[in-house]
Each structure stands twice: as C-alpha cells, then as structure tokens.
Design a protein around this ligand. Sequence first.
Ligand SMILES: [Fe+2]
Ligand SMILES: [Zn+2]
Length: 459
Amino acid sequence: MYTRRALRWALGPLKPVSSCGQKGQVRPFVQTVAQTVAPRASSLWEDPLKTFRKITSGSEVQDPRSVSLPVPFKTNGRDTSPPAFGKLWLRDNCQCSKCIHPDTKQRIVDTFSIPQDIDLLEATAEKDTVVVKWSDGHVSQYPFYFLRQYMRNREPPKKELNSLRIRPFEPYTLGQHEYPTVSYSDVMANDIALYGWLENIYKWGFCFIKDTPVNPEATESLLKRIAFIRTTHYGGFWDFTADLTFKDTAYTNEFLGAHTDNTYFTDPARLQLFHLLSHEHGDGGASLLVDGFQAAKTLIEENASHAKTLRLISQPAHASGNENHCITPSRQFPVFNWHPDMHYIYQIRWNNYDRASKWDWTIDQQYKWYEAARHYDEILRRPNMEIWTQLEPGTALIFDNWRMLHGRSEFTGKRRMCGGYINNDDFLSRYRLLKFGRQHVLGNLGNIKHRETNPFNFV
Ligand SMILES: [Fe+2]
Ligand SMILES: [Zn+2]
C-alpha cells in the first residue's frame, strides 16, 4: 500500500530532510530540541482557537504549542511535513509506567497537575522509543507505534451528513453459500474455532452451531464461551415454552414478523442465541432471518431519500407488557443508526411491535417517515431477502441483533426453547482480541481509521 510513498524521518520543524536514501531504510540519529522553535506570542493562551501557522519565506512555522518528534513515518506524497504533536496532549499521554499502570493499563498521571504551559526540553529516539524530557522534570517514553497512531488519526474526520454508507458486511445469498456453521465441540475446545465462530457472526450476521448437546446447561456454556450473558427483565439465560410468562408476542405461538430485539433499550443486546430443545405434538415454527444491512443497501439504491429519512427521524419505543415494567431508551433512535466516528450505518433498530407513539413531528415528517418505512418493510418481505430455516434440537442459532432481523412462523404443539443475549461491548472485546491479539488491540486504542488492520474498524 505504501510502495510509492517515501519513508521519512521527522527531524523537527525547522530542519526538514528531503531525502534519506533508499526506501525502507532509516538513518539513525539523536535529536535534541533546545527550545520551542517558533517565537512565543504574548497572547499564547488567550485565544485557544487561533491557529499559529504563519508562512515565512516559503516555510511553515509551527504552532508554538506543538512539537515534532524524531519518529519515522510514511508520507502520502502530498503531506511531507513532519507531524506536530500538541505538547499538553503529549505530556498527558506519556506511556511510562508512572503514567500508565503496567497491570491495569489505566491512566494514573494526574492530568490537571501538569502545567498548562508545559514545555519540551529534549526529545531523543532510542531504538523504537522516543524519550522526552519535560520542563516539569518528568521524563516520558513513547513507543513509535503509539506516536504513529496519532499521525494516522490527527485529522478529525469531516462530517458526512448526507452519506449513506453501511459498515462492511457480507450478505448471505440463498443457494450461493452454505449456512455459516461451526461445531459445538470445536468451539468449546479451542480459541481458534471460537474465533472462527465470532468471525462468521460478524461477517454474515448469523451462524449455526451443530452438535450442541440438547440441554440448557450445555447451551448456556456455549454462550458463555463468548462472554457473560446479559440479564434483562426476561431474566438471564432463558428456558421457556409458549406460556405467556412474559406478556410479549415472542412468548406466544403466533406468527412473529421480522424485527430486531430491544429497541426499547438504550443499548440493545448485540447477540441473541436460540436453541430448540423440543417440539412435541405439532409443527410449524420455522425461523426467519432477514439481513437488515442488505435491505438498507437495497433501499439506498432504490430511493436514497427514503434511506435518509430512516437515518434522520427517530422513534420512541417501549416494553411495558409486565405490570412492573415500562422500559424506554434514554432517547429516541432512528431505524438506521449512524456511527459518528466511523461514518457509516452500524445498527438497525426495527421493531413495529415495540414502537411507541411519536408526538414531536410535523404532518409532513409523518408522511415522509411512513412512506420510507413502508418501502423498507416491503424490501424486508421480499422472498429473496428472507432466510427461512427449521430449527432442530442439537443445532443452535446465533445472530447479530444489530443487523439481522428475526421472526418465526406460527406453530402448533409445545416447543421448549432456550437461549440468551450477549452485550455488544463484550462480544466485540472477545472478537477483536481473538482476531488481532492483545498487544495490537491495545496499540490501536482510539484509532478510528478504516483499515482492515485496525481492530476498532470493527464495530
Ligand atoms: Fe425477538
Ligand atoms: Zn510518564
């Protein structure tokens, strides 16, 4: 990816180096910064929004609150100036063991005891670390990989209000792919199989787990391989029959249209697992999955303004079926939820059963929303969007509730089903650590770039 880019050393703002020999090679050096390179303005702290870039005889003078460090970086051909770090940020983000606890990885530096006008006295590159001496007497250490992270992320992303991208995903196409499937014993036995399972869930939105022992205990252990089970007003791990213990359509034997769960929560569960333990004296009850992202993509292609409406107009939701509950999210959410850092749609909330009455909209907005929602609903019901399967004892199903809608056909007889929810953050923690390893994940904290190598690109 970087073959045409030059590798450069940042040697400080006033000593740009035009060339450093062959690609991939870096000449060793030690840099000492005696003092701030730009003249100090007396009004330095008066106007924090003022930028200090001045053009003097063709070369740029940096903001005196910033400093360049001796860390090798790759340029993209256009931006060849060494990246500048804010001094206060740099001091606050010291990576030494007095500032970041080596065991807990927590920040232990007393941020607000750092002088606001902290200055850098000396910066030296040693192997793969930059050592910095500060005016408050502290000596800091910054690994190169940590500093490069800042270089990659220093430009805040532009707001893309009209963009309608969706997070990268793979749509399952009927007849073109086998169902994503893993085996219970593999997943329980080793972390590579566990990672394969989580990768399937993230990529396809769902996965079957065959050879699952037909009992609630084994099913619960299977879920706990990912993380602890999320407890809700329905309990933790559920084991239920259609008896309306909870006053919710899910606990009946009626047809259940495609929906996502937990639209009434501020933070809906990310994963949901079902395992049919038995079905006696009847039939029916086929399971339905619909890829909400694929349907959103179709909507964007067919009518972008409908998609925009579902992105911008929020709806209230509630769960009030049982006497002592009235659960609502902390605010209204739209159907298509937009990730403010990653700039794409990352979560679908679609549950007509749990939608509450919306008051805060004009008649114009009402007609606009109903028209857009009707279009999305029509797409969701197209036969090529529906994935119908018949659950069987021994094969559990797990899916991404932030993406896949689920439902089921009506059934007769008595079904016993067990399963549970897992939180988003716990799922992603497990997934990213297995995919990238702990060191790489920790080295990318705060990274919001769209890169396959960035663990936080996976949301
Ligand atoms: Fe549901
Ligand atoms: Zn430190």
